[in-house]
Design a binder for this molecule. Structure first.
Ligand code: MG
Length: 204
């Protein structure tokens, strides 16, 4: 399986870190070794001094597809979970300044905690109105609603599939809302969809 992540897909976060970028969706990938499951802790990596959280809704792909038209994209994902796109922000700053790829700051081991359970699409009344949030030591630090996405789920799935064949079990991180920030050893993060806690991880 592979993990595909969409960058700056919420307007306020886009302004926060990317100066209001306008253009096609931006995506990057994390390897399967980035997965962190079952609420396991994350050990603070030695190569960064600025490890940051980005809470994101995660789509699970359940059919093989390529060059999927937007109208048919909803047939290719069947569940939504939640994850954290951990980012070594100091390394990312250097990569951006130098125009370098992002693997070292985005794709490292255990940089992608994902909820143990996913919610079937059918359980959501409206995919364009899903609330999700992240707490840091029980204080809410990020709150998002899919209504604020620049590119909706169908657009994302369709766009990615023009470049990369999607396969059963692939995960798509759909972008983070505003409020990203740093963690330190001893912190605990908890992510919820519609107020229901789905994922928890501590920094060790
Ligand atoms: Mg992200």
């Amino acid at each position: 399986m592979k993990i595909i992540c969409i960058g700056h897909n919420y307007a306020a976060h886009n302004r926060e870190l990317f100066g209001g970028y306008k253009g096609n969706p931006v995506f990057f990938m994390k390897p399967d070794t980035a997965l962190l499951r079952n609420n396991a802790p994350l050990y603070y990596p030695e190569f960064t001094q600025d490890l940051q959280y980005e809470v994101e809704l995660v789509l699970r792909i359940h059919r093989v597809g390529r060059c999927i038209a937007p109208t048919f994209a909803s047939r290719y994902y069947n569940e939504i979970g939640i994850g954290i796109d951990f980012t070594a922000r100091d390394l990312q700053r250097t990569c951006k300044e130098q125009g370098l790829p992002w693997e070292c700051c985005k794709s490292f081991d255990y940089s992608a905690p994902v909820s143990a359970t996913f919610i079937p699409i059918a359980n959501f009344a409206d995919l364009k109105n899903i609330n999700f949030s992240l707490t840091l030591n029980q204080n809410v630090v990020q709150q998002g609603n899919t209504a604020d996405m620049i590119f909706d789920f169908d657009h994302i799935v369709s766009y990615i599939s023009n470049f990369v064949t999607l396969k059963m079990g692939d995960l798509i991180f759909t972008g983070t809302p505003a409020g990203v920030g740093a963690v330190k050893i001893g912190d605990t993060l908890a992510a919820s969809i519609e107020g229901q806690e789905m994922l928890r991880t501590s920094i060790k």
